[in-house]
Design a protein around this ligand. Structure first.
Ligand SMILES: NC(=O)c1ccc[n+]([C@@H]2O[C@H](COP(=O)([O-])OP(=O)(O)OC[C@H]3O[C@@H](n4cnc5c(N)ncnc54)[C@H](OP(=O)(O)O)[C@@H]3O)[C@@H](O)[C@H]2O)c1
Length: 230
């Protein structure tokens, strides 16, 4: 895809990875709409881009944001989903409220946005979603967080097959731990000590190049300590 002039919604653009991807896409000439919980912070990321607010716990609003972005841009070529939350601790200490929060924000909200985007991508496009390495490596002490990302990743795999004939690329990005502060903002529990597998800049370039090149997945090989994809 030619990123110059591409019509892009970045949902979660106030986050560290979302902001970095948005700035990189802006640098490559994409036309952006930024979405997040806080309009002022979205304006810091992209002063010239229209800002839309949503809370991922409100699934109807998630779908509406995509339609509003497509209306503002005169269509939609790319949706980037870069929002999410983490939670830590043994499963017996997690409760239904935490689990529902994780599954809503990390699984159902991206699904709601992706469905809305697919309906607007009549002549093709790209849905790029940050799931996580947890989808490939379920991890103790993060069972519900793992489930939320594995569920999202499995859904993306099925949708990718559905969309092949429509010309929509579904790009599942499954990063390793990256020092963004996400773990410190967990909705519950304390993160174990984790070694970063990549930097924000490294991941950002791979995501943006991946969108340009029509890639379908980006995963992290723990043994090789490097990214792989197709
Ligand atoms: N960093 C890592 O190690 C890592 C590894 C694998 C996958 N990921 C995934 O990458 C994505 C981005 O993470 P990050 O590292 O950039 O963390 P981050 O800086 O904390 O960004 C998280 C984003 O999610 C948004 N968010 C959280 N709850 C929300 C809600 N209820 N409604 C709307 N937005 C909400 C935050 O909004 P506010 O700014 O308003 O809080 C923020 O924009 C997440 O999906 C994460 O799971 C990260």
């Amino acid at each position: 895809m030619d990123l110059d002039g591409a019509r892009v919604l970045v949902a979660g653009a106030s986050g560290v990875l979302g902001a970095a991807v948005a700035r990189s896409l802006d640098g490559r000439g994409a036309r952006l709409v930024l979405a997040g919980r806080d309009a002022a912070r979205l304006r810091d990321v992209g002063p010239d881009a229209p800002a839309l607010t949503f809370d991922a716990l409100d699934l109807e609003r998630c779908a509406a944001v995509v339609d509003e972005a497509a209306d503002a841009l005169g269509g939609l070529d790319v949706l980037v989903v870069a929002f999410g939350v983490a939670a830590f601790g043994p499963a017996e200490q997690e409760d239904d409220v935490v689990t529902e929060h994780l599954l809503t924000v990390n699984t159902m909200a991206p699904m709601a946005m992706a469905r809305a985007a697919l309906r607007r991508m009549e002549t093709g496009g790209t849905v790029a979603v940050l799931s996580a390495i947890l989808a490939d490596h379920p991890t103790a002490g993060m069972a519900a967080y793992t489930a939320s990302k594995a569920g999202l990743s499995a859904w993306l795999t099925a949708v990718r097959q559905e969309q092949r004939r429509r010309g929509v690329t579904v790009f599942d990005v499954r990063p390793p731990h990256i020092e963004t502060g996400l773990a410190d903002r967990a909705i519950v529990g304390t993160a174990p000590s984790m070694t970063a597998g990549a930097t924000v800049d490294e991941l950002t370039e791979l995501v943006v190049d991946g969108i340009r090149d029509g890639r379908r997945e980006l995963r992290y090989d723990l043994r090789e300590r490097s990214f792989a994809g197709r």
